[in-house]
Design a protein around this ligand. Structure first.
Ligand code: GDD
Ligand code: MN
Length: 417
């Protein structure tokens, strides 16, 4: 028999929502913590639906999604609608659904706006070890979700729904829309080749990932492309792709404005900078300066008449070689120490040294050639020309050594783009 309290709430004329299904948005850093112990094991997947003015779609969306997910996974999932206080009261419509759909939760955000941050705020409240996102306007087909999930079960870290693999596509896009979408992709490839180039559809807003991929990683997404943020900052090894056809919108309107394109470019540049190995480069520079000291010191000791008084060329060659060895050792211990640790043994170290030596010698030749070209052909001031040549060769030495001498054994874990 039902208790009086339950009876009263069931009998209430207009039960607005299930209070336990209402979530608070976190504030502060956009970073997803470890799996909360409460509810652990019961919920595997937390799927976010970001919404803004989707009141006409949310009912059908939740209905379709729960039908698919109940059948495939029983009650082992939760759906979290994150609505940005939509003027059309999508949050209210979603809250009203919570009595009928026990796997549904609703977060009404009143102090923050934007698609990407909405998704992260949803993940922060999530209790699943798998996290996902799907649009709330029925343009992303809910029946793909089980396929994404099974890719993760097979071992993928991230599973994306893609329009650009066999079987996927866009329904009735105009040529101009296709061109815009592809241009955005090409721009991404130019700025962040090793991040954007890892998937066929980096623009997709429909995907799933393991929590550990982004756990405790500080995210700084901008605009729409949350997937690029995850590929750029997360620990992603295996990516799976599942085809889907992007449907036409039936109700409501797209929120895509020109601002979204501006945000996209800013986001790419922000990630580009974040992915530059700045700290390593600084260390490399400091080691380079120590090499100058060694070079100068030996030139003095070997060639100065008050010291050993050797010939200039002999002294310079020996001094430079010792400086190269000095630089190699410091770089191997300090600048690239973390990488060297994964390639142990003397043979490996000698190989690294051989490459370092070759790159430095080639750099020296480049240095002299550039100095000559700028001074003799372009007529530049010799010291300015030398400064430019040194800067270029420092970059050359750093980049080639990073890519060749201390090449990372696990490219995904330490890509630099
Ligand atoms: N909470 C919140 N806040 N949700 C938002 C916001 C916002 O500021 N802006 C948009 N949304 C919600 C929409 O209500 C919808 O559910 C979803 O995010 C996608 O927004 P649309 O405006 O419909 O985007 P679209 O259809 O042009 O593009 C979508 O699909 C593409 C293909 O997968 C986005 O997901 C794109 O990122 C994606 O490339
Ligand atoms: Mn849409």
């Amino acid at each position: 028999m039902a208790s009086p309290i339950v009876a009263a709430s069931t009998l209430a004329t207009d039960p607005p929502s299930n209070p336990a299904a209402l979530l608070e948005a976190e504030t502060g850093a956009l970073s997803v913590g470890p799996l909360p112990s409460a509810g652990a094991g019961t919920i595997r997947l937390s799927l976010i639906i970001p919404t803004y003015n989707e009141s006409k779609n949310i009912g059908a969306m939740v209905q379709q999604l729960t039908t698919v997910l109940d059948k495939a996974f029983g009650a082992a999932y939760e759906i979290i609608v994150v609505d940005d206080d939509s003027p059309d009261r999508t949050w209210e419509a979603a809250q009203a659904l919570t009595t009928r759909f026990p796997t549904l939760k609703v977060m009404r955000r009143q102090h923050e706006r934007g698609l990407s941050s909405a998704v992260v705020r949803g993940w922060q409240a999530a209790r699943g070890e798998l996290l996902g996102v799907i649009d709330g306007d029925l343009q992303h087909p809910p029946d793909i979700v089980p396929a994404l999930w099974s890719e993760i079960e097979r071992g993928a870290d991230v599973a994306i729904a893609s329009r650009h693999v066999e079987g996927g596509g866009v329904s009735e896009w105009s040529l101009i829309r296709r061109i815009i979408s592809r241009s955005a992709q090409v721009l991404g490839l130019l700025i962040l080749p090793n991040t954007v180039g890892r998937v066929s559809d980096p623009m997709t807003g429909f995907f799933m990932l393991r929590r550990v991929v982004i756990q405790d990683v500080l995210l700084r997404p901008l605009g729409y492309k949350i997937l690029i943020e995850i590929l750029g900052r997360g620990k992603v090894r295996w990516i799976a792709e599942v085809p889907y056809v992007f449907r036409e919108r039936v109700d409501g309107e797209s929120k895509l404005t020109s601002q979204v394109y501006v945000d996209y470019i800013r986001h790419l540049l922000r990630l580009r900078i974040a992915r530059l190995p700045i700290e390593r480069f600084l260390r490399f520079g400091i080691v380079g300066l120590s090499g100058v000291v060694v070079d100068m010191g030996l030139l003095f000791v070997l060639s100065d008449p008050s010291m050993l008084g050797w010939g200039l060329t002999r002294s310079k060659l020996l001094g430079s070689e010792v400086a190269i060895v000095n630089n190699f050792l410091w770089n191997d211990i300090w600048t690239f120490g973390d990488i060297a640790k994964r390639q142990i043994g003397w043979r490996q170290r000698l190989r690294r040294f051989g490459k370092f030596q070759a790159i430095c010698l080639a750099g020296l030749a480049l240095n002299a050639t550039l100095l000559n070209f700028q001074f003799n052909v372009l007529g530049m001031n010799r010291y300015v020309a030398n400064g430019v040549a040194i800067a270029v060769v420092t970059g050359w030495n750093f980049w080639l050594n990073l890519k060749l001498s201390w090449r990372v054994a696990q490219p995904d874990a330490e890509r630099t783009d």
